[in-house]
Structure formats: C-alpha cells, structure tokens
Design a protein around this ligand. Structure first.
Ligand SMILES: [Zn+2]
Length: 230
C-alpha cells in the first residue's frame, strides 16, 4: 500500500474515533447481545415454545435413497423428521406427532413414501417366521423394553406388527401414502386444524408427486390410441 494512503487512512481512523457518529463500543455490545439472545432462543426453543423453522413434522421411510431435505427444500432446523421402515404410521409416529403438534408448535405434517420400498416386497408372516425359527416367542417378547406392559398376543399379531404394506391391504405405494394420511387425520391425539398431506417420492428421479398423479397421466393427450381434447 502506498505511503500516502497509509497516512491518510491513519488520520481518517483517528478522526472517526475522535468524533464517532455512533458509539462504537455500544454498537458491538448490541450486536453481541442480539447474537447471545439468538443462540439462547435456539438452545431453549422447547422451553420458550419456539417451533422448528417451518412448524413442520415429516414422516418418511428410513431408506437412504430418499433425499428428504432436498426433496422438500428443507434447511437444518426446519422440521422434525421421523424416519422408520416404510415411513408408516406406528404408535411411535402417533406419539411423536401428538407431542410436536400439541406442545412444540408444529402446524403441518407431510408424509413421504417412496417407489421401490422394501416394505412392498415381503409379508409380515415371512419375516415373523424368520424370528420364530430362532426361538422367539411373540407372547413373551418385550415389544417395547421401556413399557413391558405392551405385548403381542401371538404369532399373527407379531407378523402384523412389522406393518408390511401387503398386510395392510395395500398393493401400490400411492395407497400407503393415502392410508398414512388417513391414519394421522383420524388420530384424536393430533389437532384437527393441523394440515396433513402426503406424496410419493420417486427414487428413480428424486422427485415428489401426489399419489396416483403420475406425470404421464396428467399430461397425456392420448387415451386408448385416440387424441383426447382437454
Ligand atoms: Zn422404504
């Protein structure tokens, strides 16, 4: 830096500090205090009743192919995200959704199920049989180790507990979305004014669509070989 510029900036700095337009120290303190408040609010969100950034609860499958944050345009801190095998409504989904909607400020639930889900491929009886052959006795099983009172009556209930989609009477992934949304809507533990919607995530394209609304169906002008006016 040329010497004249260095000298000029030195005197400018002297002048600024001699005649500050705003109290510099106070300005820093205000900024720091705002920063501390922000960090406190963040750390104490639950205590202070501050919801996640989108007031959102998401239910989806644990399958790693679902890039749920990018599919929904979510940033860190935006939502409570619950993932399990199949992204299916279970007692723990109801438990978590009930808590977040009643006590943590969540106003919306989004369910996302996906194509090629493993839960479409098997039946509960097949998986149950795997465990039965290894000596597991469903009636004696602590299905929830922290709540031993919860139990399964027998082998059929054990098979149903896995919630494979075929056991739920569902053949297409679109229908499990609808079933999940209905199950959440029908729960008396979730307030009625909470918005609940569901989508299918296509692992082939990483895109979302509404159940039973495939792009080719929505855009096709052909039906049985004839052009259809819309
Ligand atoms: Zn899955």
């Amino acid at each position: 830096m040329p010497l004249n510029i260095i000298i000029l900036s030195y005197y400018c700095n002297r002048l600024i500090h001699k005649y500050p337009s705003t109290p510099v120290n106070s300005m820093h303190a205000e900024r720091l205090e705002a920063q501390i408040k922000q960090l406190e609010d963040y750390a104490l969100r639950r205590v202070r009743g501050i919801p996640n950034n989108r007031s959102l609860f998401v239910l989806t499958c644990m399958d790693e192919r679902i890039r749920i944050e990018s599919a929904l345009g979510l940033e860190p801190d935006d939502a409570h995200i619950f993932r399990n095998a199949g992204g299916v409504v279970t007692d723990d989904v109801i438990r978590s959704a009930a808590l977040t909607t009643n006590f943590f400020g969540t106003r919306e639930i989004i369910v996302v199920n996906h194509t090629d889900c493993g839960m479409l491929r098997f039946k509960g009886a097949e998986v149950a049989d795997y465990f039965l052959r290894r000596g597991i006795k469903p009636a004696e099983l602590a299905i929830d180790p922290l709540l031993p009172a919860l139990g399964l009556k027998g082998e059929k209930e054990f098979a149903n507990w896995f919630k494979f989609f075929t056991d739920l009477g569902v053949e297409y992934i679109d229908d499990i979305v609808i079933k999940n949304v209905e199950a959440l809507r029908n729960s008396p533990l979730i307030p009625r004014d909470v918005a609940i919607t569901g989508y299918v995530y296509e692992v082939e394209t990483h895109r979302l669509r509404k159940p039973h609304q495939r792009i080719w169906e929505a855009t096709s002008k052909f039906e049985k070989g004839k052009v259809v006016e819309r």
